[in-house]
Design a protein around this ligand. Structure first.
Ligand SMILES: [Zn+2]
Ligand SMILES: [Zn+2]
Length: 256
């Protein structure tokens, strides 16, 4: 050890040792809050989380009034919200984490459009918590993210649903698989009515025949970032069921 002190200051080995120590320091230091940058916001697995003050500022759905199909606010006396009661949902149950508004909306948009991938483990942990809290009767065999068209994926640099799905798979201890393909870009969805969106979207997803055995008779937990009308999830779920899946559950980060 005394010899190490004798190494001249500019010895290249010192640079390596220095960067190694800096790297170790980063690992040992508690991760900062993803929103305000304060300390003490780490998850048990060491990944970054959100501090108590920021958590309190995020909008929440009331725990005892959640729709069993979309996870959003249940505004009826039934077990599902008005929208889910009046729209076909080809899945058994669904959870979401946040209302897609306020600070939660900012968080999701920051993740999606500014590639803030550090949010992914936090979102996955939050979805896993909702999933366990909901105590669903469905037991998924695998997790499937909603795919992006390859061109969109190239532009964005990552698939926001797939990254969360991968962390969620670790958390729930079930595999993440990617049997769905997006056939083409489905532009101008916003201009179509619900039925038009669904028709447009149904043609947009497929499971290539060589990948169909992966989902044969499987219960699938389908993942997307934001639940808006549910049209994207419906179209993907229908394609998975038509390709041999047994049943579907859905989970999203936020519900619009
Ligand atoms: Zn904070
Ligand atoms: Zn609902």
């Amino acid at each position: 050890m005394a010899q190490a002190q004798a190494i001249p200051e500019r010895h290249p080995a010192l640079g390596i040792v220095g960067s190694l120590f800096r790297a170790l320091d980063r690992i040992a230091a508690p991760p900062l809050c993803l929103i305000c940058g304060q300390e003490n916001a780490s998850a048990p697995d060491g990944t970054a989380g959100v501090c108590d003050a920021c958590k309190a500022a995020l909008p929440q759905f009331p725990a005892n009034r959640r729709c069993q199909l979309c996870g959003g606010l249940n505004d009826t006396a039934l077990e599902v919200c008005h929208e889910c009661a009046t729209t076909p949902r080809p899945w058994q149950c669904g959870v979401t984490v946040f209302p897609y508004q306020g600070a939660a909306g900012d968080l999701v948009r920051d993740y999606k459009y500014h590639r803030t991938t550090a949010y992914a483990p936090y979102f996955a942990r939050a979805i896993a918590h909702q999933w366990r809290t909901a105590e669903p009767l469905v037991h998924p065999d695998c997790i499937v993210p909603i795919p992006l068209h390859w061109l969109r994926r190239l532009q964005r640099g990552f698939n926001q649903a797939e990254l969360v799905a991968k962390f969620l798979a670790k958390d729930l201890g079930i595999p993440c698989i990617t049997p769905l393909r997006r056939n083409r870009q489905t532009g101008h969805q916003a201009r179509l009515d619900a039925e038009g969106r669904l028709r447009n979207l149904r043609r947009a997803f497929c499971v290539p025949p060589r990948l169909a055995p992966q989902i044969a008779d499987r219960t699938i937990l389908l993942i997307d970032d934001v639940f808006t009308t549910g049209a994207t999830l419906s179209a993907a779920a229908e394609v998975l069921l038509a390709s041999g899946a047994r049943e579907i559950a859905v989970a999203t980060i936020a519900r619009a």
